[in-house]
Design a protein. Sequence first.
Length: 363
Amino acid sequence: MTGKFKDGITWESADKSTMIGLRGRIETDYRHYLGDDAIGADTWDVRRAYLSAEGRFYDDIDFRIRMNFADLNGPTANVCTAVGANASGAPVCNATASVATTSTTHFDEGWFNLGWWKPAQIRVGQFKMPFSLEQMTSDIFTDFQERSMADALVPGKERGIMLHGAPFKGFNYGLAFTNGQGRNGNDVNETIDGKDWIGRASVNVAEMAGWSNAVIHLGAAYTTGTIPVAAAPSGRTEARGIQFFRPSPFSGNDVDRTRYALESAVAYGPIKLQAEYLRATFSCTSAAGVDYHRDIDSYYANLTWLITGEKYADSYRGERFARIHPTNISRLARPAAARGNWVCAIRNSMGAISPALLQQAQA
């Protein structure tokens, strides 16, 4: 094994079939709200502080163990406790309360991937679920500093087992069986087997057609499961500061939860248009014997332009976008020999809450 500094500290065998690496990164930001009536606190935030060990054995077995030393849920935020309506009928926040969170070191990922047969690989442990193009793209390669509002509906990282692969060029799939309890969540209910099935499939039409300068990504994902105790997902601004929607927990013994997403991305050269639509549905019989049904819809659309001329097709990796390697000398960089890429981007994202769930937030 020989050691070198490349994306951290890496030890690699002579035939490159075995590798072990130590990685780490810290992301920090500052959040400032404008206006005298701002309900969010101006604050510095250590967004992520990862330390991980990852690698592969004999080309076919991959692994990752990662800890996050940053805040799990974000800094102290003001939460909307009373929802009203303005003159046009749109929901507005009438009262807020401060909700404190603490900085907690937590287990972020830990998995083994068995890749003896590339079209059907098996991953076991705690890992990112196959759902949503934006979520599948690493947070250091997303188009914006934070993911869109729609990300509140995705499963994220959970514990379970997944079958995944790329059986032919331009097609990828993933099928997971999980606890359905979120990151670091175990199923502890002895009477309700609340597991989730999560599936996703995506195609790149441009790759199938042999268009090397383009990406035409289309995908769909679906989850279904029964969870013993459920709180509807809260809504928070993309800056992670204001939790503007937080309904009270559902009542009843169990909640049937389904989520689905439609995703697309079209890129040609340095231009990319990406959009997704997501819906989460909660169905349950309350403790009083009343059946109810709650929906949350969300979408985003963003347009990006790599000013320095790189191609998005070069960063596409089967089912997601990855690192963009600078290929041109940036005119904005000093000294002139420095390399880098610059991007101009715009995004619109929103969420739509069913009236019944909005009333639940007011209760």
